[in-house]
Design a protein around this ligand. Structure first.
Ligand code: FE
Ligand code: CA
Length: 555
């Protein structure tokens, strides 16, 4: 493929719709980028080119036909689809399909031989796969942990599909996915779940059990898909260690992805994911670790973590570049209804100020006001400002990691890892929203294992301007950090979040969102018990934002 392309889709081979050449397929993908715009090229063309020729009996640029499907290597284990399938990053005409072949999740190789395995995929309009509209195959390569990223293109907008993978006569479970409406379509509604923070050690995935019963179009995941800490009560257990190497991270993802409730939600709808810190290590910033743990090696550790992340997610980008960078910030458009700006608040941020301590007196930490402080990095900041200015959808969604609302009480800044530690960067973002003259800006946040809903204000010329509305989703399972500190801490957060219409610092769950042209409704779903898989879930609070309104309202 040509160099200097804006984005690099995964190395997909197609065999339907006649003989589509690889070149043609990439052309279609580029046209599809109207809906989902990646910041820039990620991935190493050369690396893929060389491996593809090894992995495949055919030239990478030649049309792929059924008869081109190479034979399955000898000695494959009996069960290959143990960590499930997924789809993600939907466009009006395509969806990314993902799987990884794993027989033994505790083995970094997945228990697979050191050889590429051809994995076929098919997309149908019906559950029985009688009407197959797209299909192809990918070489699952050992150097990418036998993961598969297939770009299913040529699909109809705003349409549900069924997909599945196969290796020889082994077949994955069938799954469902959907495309987004055409860019100029006017959808009546979009239903999504917002989730984050699923430390496997800390609890069950009952929240996913509840989510699986929802009728959703999309899951938006805001980070902490894994935690770097091993051990605990997961089945199969993850080794007791801190993830450092590519092998460690692969085992971590495989262990997490064995969970049947998590797999179930992945089988039902496309996901749009971003990461937070724990996909690498707690509170890292750029290439700076929280602890002075072999700082020389952190770049390598981060590169390993990013590669493993890419290997396990249905991302429309990657693999990571040779320096380990992986550009994941992007936008996803849902007709004229909404555009999701999905941010990366970890890879490019400046180091946390004032030692990244908790509850620091504001008067002792003026560094947090430094202009040089950045959460997104200059390129992403510019991309976001330009995107906000150009955006013409009813709802503008900023899907990101950490809490934007100021959590400062009695001069104490509670958490410098949040936007409170990057005040100038927050002001620049508010400026971008004000300059874009947008109503209906919704910020989605995770990270603090607590839920909340609040309006966001910018102080300008002595005036308090409402600029956006923040919905913080609680953790799926990770410890309620604030709740664990006791009722005093909970009430402290309730006080400090004076503009909030809802705070819940104790429960686990997710946000269930219904977006229409008239309103944005968030149901904060909580589970009754985070230690039981089938714990019942209920709606703890419903918060609504009418289109054009400056205020969230609790129903
Ligand atoms: Fe977390
Ligand atoms: Ca986090």
């Amino acid at each position: 493929m040509s160099r200097g392309r804006q984005r690099k889709p995964a190395p997909t081979r197609h065999l339907t719709s006649g003989s589509i050449s690889r070149r043609t397929v990439l052309g279609v993908g580029a046209a599809g980028a109207v809906g989902l715009t990646l910041g820039a090229c990620s991935g190493d063309d050369e690396a893929f080119g060389s491996s593809v020729s090894e992995a495949s009996p055919t030239d990478a640029s030649a049309p792929q036909k059924d008869e081109d499907l190479p034979p399955v290597p000898d000695g494959l284990p009996g069960e290959l689809f143990t960590i499930g399938v997924a789809s993600g990053d939907p466009l009006p005409d395509s969806v990314m399909l993902w799987t990884r072949l794993v027989a033994d999740p505790l083995d970094p190789t997945g228990g697979l031989p050191d050889a590429p395995v051809p994995v076929a995929w098919e997309v149908a309009t019906d559950e029985e796969f009688a009407d197959i509209v797209a299909s192809g195959w990918e070489p699952a390569e050992p150097r990418f942990a036998h993961s598969v990223h297939a770009d299913a293109t040529g699909l109809e907008p705003d349409t549900w599909y069924h997909y599945r993978f196969s290796v020889g006569d082994q077949r994955s479970e069938a799954a469902r996915t959907r495309t987004m409406p055409a860019d100029d379509a006017t959808p009546a509604q979009l239903r999504l779940a917002v989730a984050s923070c699923q430390e496997f050690n800390a609890g069950s995935y009952a929240a996913y059990g509840a989510m699986a019963a929802d009728e959703l179009d999309l899951v938006v995941f805001l980070g902490d898909y894994i935690y770097e800490v091993g051990g605990g009560r997961m089945e199969p257990k993850v080794p007791q260690r801190i993830t450092q190497t590519l092998a460690d991270y692969r085992v971590q993802y495989a262990a997490y992805k064995r969970n049947p409730l998590l797999q179930k939600v992945h089988r039902q709808v496309p996901w749009v994911l971003t990461w937070d810190d724990h996909e690498v290590g707690n509170n890292y910033a750029g290439v700076i670790p929280q602890e002075p743990e072999s700082p020389d090696g952190y770049q390598q550790r981060r590169a390993a973590a990013y590669q493993a992340y890419w290997e396990h997610m249905p991302l429309r980008t990657g693999p990571p570049q040779t320096d380990g960078a992986l550009k994941i910030y992007r936008s996803i458009r849902v007709g004229t209804l909404a555009e999701f700006f999905v941010l990366d608040g970890r890879q490019y941020r400046s180091d946390q100020v004032c030692g990244d301590r908790l509850a620091v007196p504001a008067s002792e930490c003026t560094e947090r006001l430094d202009e040089a402080g950045t959460m997104l990095g200059a390129d992403q900041e510019r991309w976001l400002a330009e995107g906000l200015a150009a955006n013409d959808t009813t709802w503008t969604v900023i899907a990101q990691q950490t809490v934007m609302f100021p959590l400062v009480i009695n001069d104490l800044v509670l958490n410098l890892d949040q936007w409170d530690g990057y005040v100038a960067a927050r002001e620049r973002l508010y400026d971008a929203i004000i300059d874009a003259d947008r109503d209906n800006v919704v910020v989605l946040s995770g990270d603090i294992h607590a839920a909340g809903a609040t309006d966001l204000f910018a102080e300008r010329d002595g005036e308090r301007l409402p600029v956006a509305h923040e919905l913080v989703t609680t953790s799926i399972s990770s410890l309620s950090t604030i709740g664990e500190l006791g009722p005093a801490a909970v009430s402290l957060v309730e006080q400090v979040a004076a503009d909030a219409v809802y705070v819940n610092a104790e429960d686990h769950g997710y946000g269930r969102v219904t977006i229409t042209p008239e309103s944005w409704t968030t149901e904060f779903v909580t589970v009754a018990d985070v230690e039981t898989d089938d714990a019942p879930a209920s709606v703890d609070a419903t918060v609504e934002l009418a289109s054009g309104s400056k205020r969230l309202v609790r129903k």
